[in-house]
Design a binder for this molecule. Structure first.
Ligand code: NI
Length: 331
C-alpha cells in the first residue's frame, strides 16, 4: 500500500471545503469520490498518476498556478511517482450532509444515526451575567425600551415593526412579542436594571430540537457592547444546555451588520432564500445561519474566554471573538 498523502483542511464550511494536499514521492490520496464539482490549484509542477475505479490509469501534468475543474461524481486514486513532492490546493463544493453520511443496505447515502431525547420547550431565561441580565419581557418595560431606542430610528430598518415614536409604541411592540405564540421574548437590562434591548426565542420545536434567536433590538447603549455578546451567549448556552441540537439566526440578506454578527458569534452561513417574505411593503431575501450542538461545543469556550477577558478589563483588540470562533470551527 502507498504511503498516505498529507492533507490540511483550511476551510470547512457547510458548503465548501478547501484542502491543501502534499504528496511525497510514492504517496497517494487513496481511492475517493468527489460528490460535487471541484477546482484544483497546483502549487508545484509534477506528474500525477490517476487510477479510475475500472482500473484505467491516466497521467495528469500539474503546472503551478494553472488550475482546472472536475465534474461532480469524479472517483479516483491519485499517486505521485515523481521524486519531487507535489502540492496542490483543492476547493470542493461539499455539502455537510454528504460528508456526514453513511451507506445503507441499498448503497444509498443516509444520515448518521441520532440518539435524541426531546428537550423541554424553551421558556424565558432569567440569567445574571457579568454585563447584562435576561428576564421575561413585560408590559412594564415599555418606558425603558423607549428610553433605550429613542433617537435611533435606524434600529428598526430590518425589523418587522417600528420605528417607534413613544412609550405607547414601545408598549405595542412588547404586546405584539408577548402575544405571538411562536415567540419567547426577553428583556435585556444592564446590571442596574435599565432596559437596553430585547431578544427572543422563535420557532421553537422541541420534538426535533431546533430553535431560532431573533426579534433582537439592541438599544443605543447595547450596540457593539460586551453585554450584547453576553446576551447572545447566555441564550445559546441555555438552549444547547437543555439538549437542543440546532440554533438558527436569520435576517434580511441586505442587513450586513446582522450577517456579520451571526458569523462573529459562530453561526455558519447556510444560504439565502430568495423572495422569502415581504415586510414594510418591500421584498426580503432571507439569509440563514445556524449553529449545531457540535458547533457550540467548539465555540462556547471562545465566548467564555472572550467575556472573561472583557470582564477583566483586558483590551479585546488583542482577542477578537470573530477570530477565536473561526479558529474553533476549523478544529
Ligand atoms: Ni480527488
Amino acid at each position: 500500500m502507498d504511503a498516505a498523502a498529507l492533507s490540511a483542511v483550511q476551510i470547512d464550511s457547510p458548503h465548501v471545503r478547501v484542502t491543501r494536499w502534499d504528496l511525497p514521492q510514492g504517496s497517494s490520496t487513496g481511492p475517493h469520490i468527489h460528490p460535487f464539482e471541484y477546482v484544483v490549484v497546483p502549487l508545484s509542477a509534477g506528474l500525477m498518476r490517476v487510477s479510475l475505479p475500472d482500473g484505467t490509469q491516466m497521467e495528469n501534468h500539474l503546472v503551478p498556478g494553472r488550475c482546472y475543474s472536475r465534474p461532480a461524481g469524479t472517483e479516483h486514486d491519485v499517486r505521485n511517482d515523481d521524486p519531487e513532492p507535489v502540492s496542490f490546493v483543492e476547493v470542493e463544493q461539499c455539502e455537510h450532509s454528504v460528508r456526514h453520511s453513511r451507506l445503507n443496505e441499498s448503497g444509498a447515502p443516509v444520515g448518521l444515526p441520532v440518539e435524541f431525547t426531546a428537550p423541554p420547550p424553551l421558556e424565558t431565561v432569567t440569567a445574571h451575567g457579568q454585563f447584562v441580565k435576561l428576564a421575561p419581557l413585560l408590559p412594564e418595560h415599555a418606558h425603558g425600551l423607549w428610553e433605550a431606542v429613542r433617537g435611533d430610528p435606524g434600529i428598526w430598518t430590518y425589523l418587522p415593526h417600528g420605528p417607534i415614536h413613544s412609550v405607547a409604541d414601545a408598549a405595542q411592540v412588547i404586546d405584539a412579542l408577548r402575544n405571538d405564540p411562536g415567540c419567547v421574548p426577553h428583556v435585556i437590562t444592564d446590571l442596574a436594571g435599565r432596559v437596553c434591548g430585547t431578544a427572543s426565542y422563535l420557532r421553537v420545536q422541541p420534538s426535533i430540537g431546533t430553535a431560532e434567536v431573533g426579534s433582537i433590538v439592541f438599544g443605543t447603549s447595547l450596540q457593539r457592547s460586551y453585554g450584547a455578546t453576553e446576551a447572545m451567549t447566555l441564550l445559546a448556552a441555555h438552549a444547547f444546555g437543555l439538549g437542543y441540537r440546532r440554533y438558527e439566526w436569520k435576517c434580511d440578506s441586505l442587513n450586513a451588520a446582522s450577517c456579520a454578527a451571526a458569523l462573529r458569534l459562530g453561526f455558519r452561513p447556510e444560504g439565502v432564500w430568495r423572495n422569502a417574505t415581504m415586510y414594510k411593503g418591500r421584498n426580503r431575501d432571507t439569509a440563514w445561519f445556524a449553529m449545531t450542538d457540535d458547533d457550540w461545543v467548539r465555540v462556547e469556550p471562545a465566548h467564555r474566554a472572550w467575556l472573561a477577558a472583557a470582564a477583566g478589563g483586558n483590551p479585546t483588540q488583542a482577542f477578537r471573538l470573530s477570530e477565536a470562533v473561526a479558529n474553533a470551527l476549523q478544529q
